[in-house]
Design a protein around this ligand. Structure first.
Ligand SMILES: [Fe+2]
Ligand SMILES: [Fe+2]
Length: 650
């Protein structure tokens, strides 16, 4: 295989190490050869090979400059290296083969003859571990044939070579000793002087491992998936290297996280190809960056602000504050732009401005139809963004809202479930070219915005779903208990309105609403003959009925989302004077929310018609509540509830 003059990276290879590197016909093949080709793709470099007959020749070729790296360098703990290894890309076991039926143990072989490929790490392992009669041969085939023909008693090689060759050469009368002799490592060997190449190779190998390409190669060449230990090991090493190399690796990992956010797992491989180009750029400027302190600090500041934004990716962060922060950051990272905006589609189908910089806040009052809004496909440089899709009166608001016409914009979509959910724009009022770094940072930022939007959309959907389920359950309960139809919803409404009326701040009045909806859910546990009995209940039946707040509490305790309401609903039949049920709590032992529910519940019960009596009117209800103040009801709340009823119901 002639060395081509123009290759970017030349790997010297000891061409006799199947299935890692070997010659078939005139072609160089094997796992390591394919790995090198993939590394070339990742680094966007042309890769070539310099085959040699001995490992020592391959090493010499790197030392005298004919090659850049030795593709397969075997290492094991304690062995000296004449080249600097990359992170290991494979962890082979050294194994010992003997003839079937020989009964030789590993220790016995130290006094016997063992064949091995000369000039290899395998050979030096044998020599330094007390094997007295090491027979060095030119190839693995020769080693195996020497064993088979009885010239030697043992054959020492890598597990994968043994498996591959015995199958290929149809050797069936040899066997491996049961113990694996030594865990070794395969890495690429680089000259000490070429540390940048080493960094780049490491990065490429890591990318291939994460993108799954490495896995495929192992699968194809080595049969089983050996990824896990190697990958974990490499990762651990990379963390250590990351600490040493500092900003560069931090940047790489950071971009990687951004890509992860943007892509689902399936798209990760594609993102990696893109990433390769970016990494290459970064690494090419490795030395420059190390020297250019100012640039480095600038970059760190940007990373920090992006990391800060990632910290905001939580469902409890308000839309407005997230989008404003993001837009502000976008404008600081894209210095070419002077203004910007973020538009998001709401559940009602209208699109609204969620963040505005450099334009009149008038824009935030507009309800826009999606078809009026520019919807970019990906990150786009848009010139002369027109308002022509809008009705003239809306377009007029737009043109009055900006200081001068927009000349050029960077635009990106917010995508959730492959659907357009909004657009992010940063705009310039003069002709500029956005530089590559600006575009990349904008891309990363808007990916975060998509992630945040998705988080919010999913949260809303989940909440809606939960609420619908609760309402269906309560409706189902009321089918069983027709006298209380609509009771839960009325209690919910009154309790939450009353909570707002007294300036309740312990939780949101929406929480009180849901507790109201659920307060009698425990009636599902009360037998039909009690629940549906039209007349008054016997003491036994009443005892059954009194269990329902306990059941309500237990049911809600079982739900992670609704657990916070459990104690409230469990206490809606407690009384201020301690004569209530189920626990007989007294005064402020009863949760405030339970006392509010109790008032709303009692009011609804007394004011609703029952088959056996007519409901009280509002005035009568107020009198009844005040009469029970201090006995059944919290006196302060009872007075306030009377005010509340007078104000809203009289
Ligand atoms: Fe109740
Ligand atoms: Fe009730």
């Amino acid at each position: 295989m002639p060395l081509q003059a123009k290759a970017d990276i030349v790997f010297s290879v000891h061409a006799n190490n199947p299935p890692f590197v070997y010659v078939e016909g005139k072609e160089l093949k094997g796992f390591a050869v394919d790995l090198a080709k993939e590394i070339g793709k990742v680094l966007n470099e042309k890769v070539d090979f310099l085959p040699t007959s001995y490992q020592s020749e391959a090493i010499e070729a790197v030392k005298d400059g004919r090659a850049d790296a030795v593709l397969v360098m075997g290492f094991y703990e304690g062995a000296g290296n004449s080249l600097v290894p990359t992170d290991p890309y494979f962890y082979p076991y050294y194994v010992m083969a003997v003839r079937k039926g020989s009964n030789l143990k590993l220790d016995d072989l130290k006094q016997k003859s063992v064949a091995v490929v000369g000039g290899s790490a395998l050979e030096s392992y044998l020599i330094s571990n007390g094997f007295k009669n090491v027979v060095s041969l030119a190839s693995h085939e020769e080693v195996l044939e020497a064993l088979e023909s009885g010239q030697v008693d043992g054959a020492f090689m890598v597990e994968q070579s043994y498996g591959y060759l015995t199958e290929k050469l149809e050797i069936s009368d040899t066997i491996l000793l049961p113990e694996k002799v030594q865990l070794a490592q395969y890495a690429i060997g680089v000259s000490e002087k070429n540390s940048i190449l080493r960094v780049r190779l490491n990065d490429a190998i890591r990318q291939l491992q994460v993108s799954g390409v490495y896995d495929q190669l192992v699968e194809r060449w080595l049969g089983k998936n050996e990824l896990s230990p190697a990958f974990v090991n490499t990762l651990v090493r990379n963390i250590a290297i990351g600490a040493a190399i500092g900003a560069i690796v931090v940047a790489l990992v950071f971009y990687w996280v951004l890509k992860m956010l943007r892509s689902n797992r399936r798209e990760l491989a594609a993102a990696y190809e893109q990433l390769a180009a970016e990494n290459q750029q970064l690494l090419a400027s490795y030395e420059e960056i190390l020297n250019a302190n100012k640039e480095l600090e600038d970059m760190r500041a940007k990373e920090k602000s992006l990391l800060g934004l990632m910290g905001q990716l939580r469902p409890d962060v308000e839309d407005e504050s997230f989008y404003s922060y993001l837009l502000e950051l976008a404008l600081s990272l894209v210095p070419e732009a002077q203004a910007g905006s973020i538009l998001v589609r709401d559940d009602d189908g209208y699109v609204r401005f969620r963040a505005i910089r450099g334009y009149s806040s008038l824009l935030s009052t507009l309800d826009l139809r999606p078809e009026w809004v520019y919807r970019p496909q990906g990150v786009e440089v848009v010139r002369e963004l027109r308002d022509s899709a809008m009705p003239p009166e809306i377009a007029a608001v737009f043109s009055s809202a900006r200081p001068s016409p927009i000349v050029v914009s960077l635009a990106a979509p917010l995508i959730v479930n492959k659907q357009w959910y909004g657009s992010v724009f940063v705009d310039s009022f003069e002709e500029v070219d956005f530089n590559e770094q600006s575009i990349e940072l904008f891309d990363s930022l808007t990916s975060l915005a998509s992630a945040f939007t998705a988080l919010k959309v999913h949260e809303r959907t989940a909440n809606r779903f939960l609420k619908e389920i609760i309402l269906i359950l309560v409706k189902a309960l009321e089918y069983r208990d027709p006298y209380t139809a609509g009771h839960s919803e009325r209690v919910a409404k009154i309790a939450s309105d009353f909570a707002s009326f007294i300036g309740y701040t312990g939780s949101t009045s929406e929480d009180i609403y849901w507790a109201g909806i659920l307060h009698d859910i425990g009636k599902v546990g009360v037998p039909d003959f009690v629940l549906k009995k039209p007349g008054s209940l016997t003491p036994e039946e009443y005892a059954e009925m009194k269990k329902h707040p306990v059941f309500s509490e237990e049911i809600l305790e079982g739900s992670e989302t609704l657990r916070k309401y459990a104690k409230w609903v469990g206490s809606h039949h407690e009384r201020w004077d301690g004569k209530g049920y189920p626990k007989g709590l007294v005064g402020e032992e009863i949760p405030l929310e339970g006392r509010i529910l109790s008032l709303a519940d009692s009011f609804d019960a007394m004011s609703t018609d029952r088959p056996y009596r007519k409901g009280k009117n509002i005035q009568e209800s107020i009198e009844e509540i005040l009469r029970c103040s201090g006995t059944q009801f919290d006196p302060y709340l009872a007075t306030q509830f009377a005010h509340f009823l007078k104000r809203y119901f009289l």
